[in-house]
Design a protein around this ligand. Structure first.
Ligand code: ZN
Ligand code: ZN
Ligand code: FE
Length: 759
């Protein structure tokens, strides 16, 4: 026998995920001696023994426990030392400072088996977890990730839990949130008045309340949900009224995949995503006969569905409930409640009861929302299950804090080549959200040991995120909004450019002070040039126009036909002509009507023109509903013009508007018109891309911006661009909406530093 000693250094998510016991087991299996140790970068292992066994051990490392992610493995060989046994060495303070923190993970199969096994000591215990599942990010207060640094600190483990915790062969070895009914958190039920309800079984009582049509605020992993029976219209519409939420769809939680398949069309991809360890909300095509209350998702052909992801959720479904509304516990656009006292006061007019537990949530984290697309997923919201997992970049440098945008805000901190993109923070006009942003950046700095040396922000002078950056005493860089969109898609692929970026979104602050949003950019990681854009029109009333899409329709009609009053369209008969003439005067006087090249606003205009949506109750509603009605089979296209102005290509959509009006007059169905409009936008982008390829020789295309959440559009565009020989890149790791801006800003700053240092 030839004895060798191998030293293995592993980086990635390898702490707090059962990695050391896994290594311990593997070493024993191969009869090797040595040790395993958590250090600041990950895990270091030494194993010693027969050469072939060491080889076997090394190949075994490639199938780590489910929550571990190995980024890098380095193996070196040393002279044998003569270890007598294999041990797990305990780490000292400071050794685990740079390790990655796992996102919160859905209950694993083993824990579920225990949860529903009557003789098990954790039978029906709502806080069951192990090293393969359970809370992480939302309970951690400081590093290293040890129980005393989590909100589990007040709970002293009982002897049975303690034994599991210290047994390297146990699934709960060093499972920091380990708990059982004897020693862990428990549930309490409160009435809306704040009075505790004397219930021997708060969970069973909650189930009865839900069955009886009550709305219950339920404390989960990263915040409160408002839960109620999703099949009862009276109940769901009551929730809508109390929440001041008119149309925005509510998320559903279904007992299992079988229930989902009765509500929605499911393929193997969506099924896999629903059952993944991240368990996001998945947007799925709704079946016509889906038995849910109409108020769950008005005007939608889709439903947002998730599966239970904590033991508490699983237990809500044991008594026959199959589908619950489980929407964020907030009032309209405020951030989700996550502290008990705050929830009790903010939600008391919405919820009839509160199911609360005494494990504190340290960090607010919403459910993630995804849509299946092209064999993978696109994010609408990246949060629970994904944050704070970093995105790996091809560039290291001084640490950067990127502040993101004001809508759907995320921030991003970098350390070396890791970009820690925060969970979805929300819309910054809200004081609560702003606090969440500031506290979030502080927490990330602490958890990932980052002291940023540079701060990056959007150019918009009124963005709260940009103003925050102004107040921080660090060197600052501003990055144009749509350039940041492009960069963030490039960052996902570590692309450097030159490439073409097509950025279609609602609004963003342009370099010239006007509003941009239908942009064709030549990009590298260092700079961009605006090669083309949608023709500018006035945005009457600025942000008010975003809430009232009818204004955009009126602006387009006025431009194409020179008037509105005489058009005799259903749309023009419906609008307040008095109001419109005021707005028109404001436009003529150049008052509060900035020029705007936004594609999102063109979608708004068409949506309003078709009578789909004239004013919105949530961001993007008009475009979302326009997509919903588009007829899949329709291939018709409207005309448009591409005009050269100097060295810029400008898309003039006026012929489209004219043709749409003709179709409306001819009695064409909205579903057909919507599809033709979508097809036309696809053709616009394709023709622009082809012209720019001829001109600039660019055949890589990056697509970003909130408009690309429209998968009808994205799917057709993807197909057509590829047909024309382009290499197309879309977002897969962060949303295409403004949730991606922080990543793009960070990517820019890292590459800028590279430029500085090479100069
Ligand atoms: Zn588990
Ligand atoms: Zn215990
Ligand atoms: Fe944007």
């Amino acid at each position: 026998m030839q004895a060798i000693r191998a030293c293995i250094q592993i980086e990635g998510i390898v702490q707090g995920v059962g990695f050391r016991p896994f290594v311990y087991g593997l070493a024993h299996q191969h009869e090797l001696t040595g040790w395993v140790y958590n250090d600041e970068r990950g895990v270091t292992i030494e194993v010693e023994g027969d050469k072939d066994r060491v080889k076997g051990f090394l190949s075994g490392l490639s199938s780590p426990p489910p929550l571990a992610t190995i980024d890098k493995t380095d193996v070196s060989y040393l002279l044998p030392f003569g270890y007598e046994e294999f041990e797990i060495k305990m780490s000292g303070a400071g050794d685990e400072r740079r390790a990655l923190i796992s996102p919160d993970i859905a209950t694993c199969k083993d824990c579920l088996n225990e949860l529903f096994d009557p003789p098990d000591r954790r039978f029906h215990y709502p806080f069951t977890n192990c090293t393969n599942c359970g809370p992480r990010f939302t309970i951690i207060e400081d590093i290293p990730y040890d129980r005393h640094n989590t909100t589990m600190a007040p709970f002293k483990m009982c002897p049975a839990c303690d034994a599991e915790y210290h047994d390297p062969s146990d699934r709960r070895f060093h499972a920091q949130p380990n708990a059982c009914p004897d020693c862990g958190p428990d549930l309490r039920l409160f009435a809306a008045s704040g009075m505790r309800v004397a219930a021997h079984d708060p969970l069973g009582e909650t189930v009865r309340l839900l069955q009886g049509g009550k709305i219950v605020a339920i404390k989960g992993l990263g915040g409160f949900h408002l839960g109620c029976d999703a099949t009862r219209e009276d109940v769901v519409s009551r929730l809508r009224k109390r929440k001041f939420r008119e149309d925005k769809p509510f998320a559903l939680m279904c007992r299992d995949v079988g229930v989902v398949s009765r509500l929605c069309r499911l393929d193997s991809l969506s099924r896999g995503v629903l059952e993944s360890k991240e368990r996001p909300i998945v947007i799925l095509p709704r079946k016509r006969d889906a038995k849910v209350a109409p108020s769950v998702a008005p005007f939608q052909k889709t439903l947002g569905v998730m599966l239970p992801y904590t033991p508490l959720h699983h237990l809500l479904f044991v008594e026959g409930i199959e589908v619950l509304v489980m929407t964020s516990g907030n009032v309209s656009d405020e951030p989700i409640s996550f502290k008990d006292a705050e929830a009790l006061s903010r939600l008391k007019k919405i919820a009839d009861f509160f199911l609360i537990h005494n494990r504190e949530i340290r960090t607010r984290c919403d459910d993630s929302v995804v849509k299946p697309f092209n064999g993978t997923i696109t994010f609408l919201r990246r949060a629970r299950g994904f944050a704070p997992f970093p995105i790996k970049l091809n560039r290291s440098g001084r640490s950067v804090l990127a502040c993101g945008a004001d809508l759907k805000n995320t921030f991003c901190l970098t350390r070396d080549n890791s970009a820690f993109v925060s969970q979805h923070i929300g819309d910054m006009e809200n004081l609560e959200t702003l606090n969440s942003f500031v506290q979030g950046t502080e927490l990330f700095k602490q958890l990932f040991q980052i002291e940023p040396e540079l701060i990056v922000h959007d150019l918009h002078p009124d963005y709260h995120s940009a103003r925050y950056a102004m107040g921080v005493d660090l060197p600052r860089i501003g990055v144009q909004h749509h350039f940041a969109h492009a960069l963030s898609c490039m960052a996902e692929y570590n692309a450097m450019g030159p490439a073409l970026a097509v950025v279609l979104d609602g609004t963003g602050y342009g370099e010239d002070g006007t509003v941009w949003g239908g942009e064709f950019l030549e990009v590298t990681v260092r700079e961009y040039r605006r090669l083309g854009h949608l023709r500018q029109i006035p945005l009457p009333g600025g942000d008010r126009a975003v809430q009232e899409p009818w204004r955009m329709a009126a602006v387009y009609l006025e431009r194409v036909f020179g008037e509105i009053e005489g058009l005799q369209l259903p749309f023009t008969r419906g609008i307040d002509l008095e109001r419109w003439s005021q707005l028109r005067r404001a436009i003529e006087a150049g008052l509060n009507s900035p020029p705007c090249s936004s594609m999102g606003r063109l979608f708004d205009a068409v949506s309003a023109l078709l009578g789909v949506r004239e004013s919105v109750n949530y961001e993007g509603q008009a475009a979302i509903e326009l997509e919903q009605i588009a007829e899949q089979g329709e291939r018709g296209v409207y005309p448009f013009e591409i005009i050269e102005y100097g060295d810029t290509l400008v898309v003039n959509p006026d012929p489209m508007i004219e043709a749409i009006v003709q179709d409306i007059r001819g009695g064409e169905a909205s579903t057909i018109i919507s599809a033709r409009f979508h097809n036309s936008v696809v053709k616009v982008v394709c023709e622009m891309a082809q012209k720019l390829r001829e001109w600039k020789g660019l055949s890589d295309i990056f697509l970003s911006g909130g408009v690309f959440q429209n998968t009808f559009l994205l799917g057709r565009l993807w197909d057509m661009l590829r047909e024309k020989g382009f290499t197309v890149y879309t977002h897969q790791k962060v949303p295409s909406n403004d949730g991606c801006i922080s990543l793009g800003q960070a990517y820019y700053a890292l590459h800028l530093q590279g430029a500085e240092s090479t100069q």
